[in-house]
Design a protein around this ligand. Sequence first.
Ligand code: SAH
Length: 403
Amino acid sequence: MIRLTLKRGKEESLLRRHPWIFSGAIHRADGTPEEGDVVEVYTAGGDFIARGHCGIGSIAVRVLTFDPNEAIDRAFWERRIGAAYGVRRALGLVDSTDTTCYRLVHGEGDGLPGLVIDIYGTTAVVQAHSVGMYLAREEVAEALRAVYDSDNLTAVYDKSSGTIPPKSGIEAVDGYLWRADSAASGSVAAAEGFVLEGGNRFRANWEDGQKTGFFIDQRENRSLVARYARGKRVLNTFCYTGGFSVYALQGGATAVDSVDSSEKAVRLCTENMELAEPAVPHREIVADALAFVREMPAEAYDLVILDPPAFAKHHKVLGNALQGYRRLNAAALAKMPAGGILFTFSCSQAVSREQFRTAVFSAAASAGRRVRILHQLTQPADHPVNIYHPEGEYLKGLVLYVD
Ligand code: SAH
């Protein structure tokens, strides 16, 4: 195994168990590691410090273990995936009858940097965000089969083509890593299926959808929308598959409008709204959300949801991202009636909770509104944060009451 030696003193963050080693911290490599190789990392003094996947970007190593005696073998994958499964079982997600989709593995949060696994019914959708995880996908699929009963897992689908680093040169093709015999011949593991979330039915399509098909991370925040929706006219911007819209209906909204710039997203939203058999008017609108909010009449909605895509994927564009949040929130706040409720989110990892709050604060000030923060929201427990990797806390939300 190739050995990397750190520059003197560069082990500090690793001693605090931060799972990333940046390329600038590496002094030398004994041999030429290839992207995706498992490498061993030593301090300048020659002590073992970590074993992990080698990358060629700014993150040179994603740490899999700090234990010198823990090999990255079949037992490793089973142990880590088994532990992640144990957490979801403890959360009540594995056996839930009203929620059939959840995140099983959340990268660093589950000690598996670069790996995401979402469960849709009995299909596991695997996304590798690093070459190392991509190369390990068959072992991951085997570990999944070892961890789950055959009743609970009928297929493992690899959806890494859009997530592995483009510079790796690997031309990944998405497809099934494994399917139970009955699934191969029947309809058990079709490319799409219905999932339940909080008792609401959604069509999830892991072959065509964004991310792994459905945004699971808003589950708890959606049920909070349901709690506030009674008797309200609701606007759901950046609606994608319409999760918030469906919960708004469930919660007793009197009308729901859903906006997304993608025609495909709006179609998915429409399908999910139809499954919910709405008894109140709903409209799906293809539009730029900021333009829509700026042009809509004042006081048209009592409850508004702003859930944009990550404005800042990197720290370099942080300034622009914060500006984006300020503009969007100011436009929405300016249009709220007195007593209106705004759900506003940021899923940019590069934007801290504090920075997001400050951006919304500036927006409130520039809209000249009196605003109370009712709730501070985050990602649900099946998207856990590794305490040594605070960057993993990516989803931030505020529920505001506007006077
Ligand atoms: N709220 C959704 C997830 C939002 S994902 C849920 O709960 O599932 C972000 C969505 O924003 C995507 O569907 C994308 O098509 C849409 N989007 C991106 N840019 C947009 C823009 N400028 N205006 C409106 N929608 C946009």
